[in-house]
Design a protein around this ligand. Sequence first.
Ligand code: MN
Length: 288
Amino acid sequence: MSQKKQKLLFGGHSLVWAGDWSVKNARFAASSASRAGYDLIEILIAEPEKIDAAMTKDLLAEFNLTAAGCFVINATTDISSSDKSIVQAGEDLAKRAIDKLAAIGGVELDGPFASSLQPYEQPATKENRANSVGAMKRIADYAADKNINLNIEIVNRYESNLMNTAKEGLLYLEEVDKPNVYLHLDTYHMNIEEDGMVEGVLAAGDRLGYVHVGESHRGYLGTGNVDFDSFFGALKKINYQGPVTFESFSSAVVDPALSNALRIWRNLWTDSDDLAVKAINFMKKRYS
Ligand code: MN
């Protein structure tokens, strides 16, 4: 069963505040997100066993936050691999991430997990695509039993060889053909790959399930090249009601796996609170 998206939620990615989900850092992230006015916190669930579900549930209740789960896979868990044992490992990891998200009461799993988060050296083959689609169908059924939606993030060519535009993503969704699988668009990636910030959103329409709002250099919103007015205008046209999550990375806050995979080499900011407050004001001014 899928859950229809009809609630606008302003979110913040946990990496804005914390490089891991230890008791201390999780509290800092949740309290800061809440204080800045966010409704949702997106928690990285790349290693599900590192997330303490009971602690997290209590924190979410204390700070009145909804959780989303950010999920990524690497070369050892790549569901688009031609090696069946690697596909199986990715499927198993995705199921553990879904279990963890369900245990903390979240509904939306998001991220670019149709393939590994890495620069590929060659285009995806038919076999790579078929393996990803096949695994995603099984992961979607598993998620549906727990009332969880999958939101497949479209990322740029340096992070996936399977698909890089919204239209390619929609073709992938057609092949997966499950009601709880949605498209996840991110302005940082759109700025690299799309023909502007409007077409992809309009093409997605009610299949758009999750949004990342990130600047072209992944720092402060409004200080780079992304045309946010056009993007939010397009969201209004499709009457998008779902999570709108600010995503930003700096070498000031580091997750050992994700930060290197995303090539976060420089310090775009040091003050998480200032960054987060400015970001939510920026988003609400354009979309509310
Ligand atoms: Mn993103």
